[in-house]
Design a protein around this ligand. Structure first.
Ligand code: NAG
Ligand code: NAG
Ligand code: NAG
Ligand code: NAG
Ligand code: NAG
Length: 433
């Protein structure tokens, strides 16, 4: 390992917490990013606090939430660095911790950049600001938020990126806004976002009995999800939880500004439209297992209320489930977006659902995972909907940060897998040939 960066961590912590350094802890860290800009952090902080005195309360709030974000990240970074020191055996765990820390550094850098931008904006506001300048900022802002192009819709089974070969990560690994509070849930990014919501992330936590939910929580960026600042806030499906057509089970997805999920106490797919705040439903075939009777399982333990798994890929929304007539084997159906949503083609597989811990879709191919150990999950199975070919020897391994993956979904926007594991949000990058 080449030595590229040295981070005097104590100096970093002192900046925000004003505590004198005790031990001189210096950590060597190989990092693909440029040197950690703690000098920049201090300038930006100084400028930000100077700025605080003469700006509007609303702007102050914005700055404060960013500062809060930084304050939360730094102790976490310190903790993870000490974990790295303990595990620095050149083996898997050391490398893993390193990845986590690298990710944290990136996140902190993003926060600092945002802080810089905010404080710069404030300077513009407080000094002799001309209308022209404001307009230029606006234009710049518009350019930055240019909608990312929607993924093209390839024929099912044909992947625009080539063949799925491996995954790397974890990339993101975060406890989010409610550390440890909700064991079950799902998170991710809308592959077909509404205009202006291209960078948003969503989170659904099963807040009642570990089974039910009645709202979706939104974040305007990945950083705000990580630091737990939910700016758009909640969108409520219903004020009661649970009740008719609220969420049951963790495997939900957001697609086209609508949440798809297993409706409470039914074997239906519900679709909650975030703009109209209305729910439409779509019934699955008679015999579909529901109410925790057709779950994903590991060894001798099943994951409650995982009867219906919703998934997204380049071609849209899918639902994975099982039926009595399929003897508990996985069944896969394409969901069409119409009003109401309808089922299109259905495929019957020969993999037993109880032998699977979760599934996801990528490029029209269904992938299934199984539990190997507390640290490792294996993508072992695939079913190609364009050819009907099944494979049981995929052999791609997921390095876990906590034992159980309760939801797993693929984001065709950035080829990431989003997992929700024992209340942590984790992401992996999918590598294609
Ligand atoms: C802050 O942002 C401006 C404009 O984007 C850039 O020129 C400057 O170098 C940044 N400063 C820091 C400390 O990052
Ligand atoms: C901080 O403020 C000083 C003086 O007001 C200015 O020269 C400098 O560019 C500012 N730095 C940042 C990063 O905003
Ligand atoms: C997949 O990635 C892991 C970790 O990056 C690596 O150890 C493994 O060899 C890769 N497998 C293949 C088939 O490339
Ligand atoms: C949500 O409702 C709006 C307004 O009726 C409609 O234009 C949009 O297509 C709906 N979204 C979905 C996913 O059905
Ligand atoms: C069903 O899927 C086929 C193949 O992708 C497509 O051509 C057809 O339009 C779909 N039917 C409906 C009702 O959307």
């Amino acid at each position: 390992m080449k030595l590229c960066v040295i981070i005097p961590l104590c100096a970093l912590i002192t900046l925000t917490q004003q505590v004198p350094p005790q031990d001189q802890c210096v950590c060597d860290l190989t990092n693909s990013e440029k040197a950690f800009p703690h000098d920049k952090l201090s300038t930006v902080e100084d400028n930000a606090s100077k700025c605080n005195s003469n700006i509007t309360p609303k702007k102050t709030l914005e700055l404060e939430s960013l500062m809060l974000g930084l304050e939360r990240r730094l102790p976490q970074l310190e903790k993870d660095l000490s974990v790295l020191e303990r595990e620095n055996d050149g083996e898997l765990y050391g490398v893993l911790s390193l990845l986590v820390i690298e990710n944290e550094l990136t996140e902190i850098k993003q926060l600092m950049d945002k802080l810089n931008m905010t404080s710069l904006r404030h300077q513009h506001l407080t000094t002799d600001t001309t209308e022209q300048r404001l307009k230029r900022d606006l234009d710049q802002c518009k350019d930055e938020h240019h909608p990312t192009p929607h993924p093209t819709q390839p024929p099912q089974g044909i992947c625009p990126h080539g063949k799925f070969v491996n995954i790397t990560g974890p990339g993101v690994y975060t406890a989010g806004e409610y550390p440890g509070s909700y064991m079950y849930g799902a998170w991710g990014r809308d592959p077909k976002p509404a205009v202006g919501k291209e960078n948003w992330y969503w989170l659904v936590m099963l807040t009642s009995s570990n089974v039910y939910s009645n709202y979706i929580r939104l974040y305007s960026s990945l950083s705000s999800l990580i630091v737990g600042v939910s700016v758009p806030g909640n969108v409520l499906i219903h004020s009661s939880n649970p009740t008719t057509n609220t969420v049951q089970g963790p495997n939900v997805v957001l697609y086209g500004d609508a949440l798809y999920y297993n409706c409470y106490n039914k074997y239906d797919v519900c679709r909650f439209n975030l703009s109209t705040k209305t729910v439409t439903t779509m019934q699955l075939p008679e015999g579909t297992r529901f109410n925790s009777k057709g779950n994903f399982c590991r060894l001798d333990e099943c994951y409650p209320y995982t009867d219906l798994d919703l998934a997204t890929d380049e071609s849209g929304v899918w639902v994975i489930y099982t039926t009595t007539q399929d003897f508990g084997n996985l069944v896969l159906s394409k969901v069409e977006e119409g009003e109401p949503p309808t089922l299109n083609q259905t495929w019957h597989t020969s993999v037993y659902k109880q032998a699977v811990t979760n599934t996801f879709m990528a490029c029209g191919v269904l992938y299934a995972t199984r539990y190997v150990s507390k640290e490792v999950e294996e993508i072992f199975y695939s079913f190609d909907t364009s050819t009907g070919v099944e494979k049981f020897d995929i052999g791609i391994f997921i390095r876990k940060m906590s034992p159980n993956i309760y939801s797993l979904n693929y984001s065709p926007v950035d080829q990431m897998l989003h997992a929700y594991c024992n209340s942590f949000m984790v992401s992996y990058k999918v590598l294609f040939e």
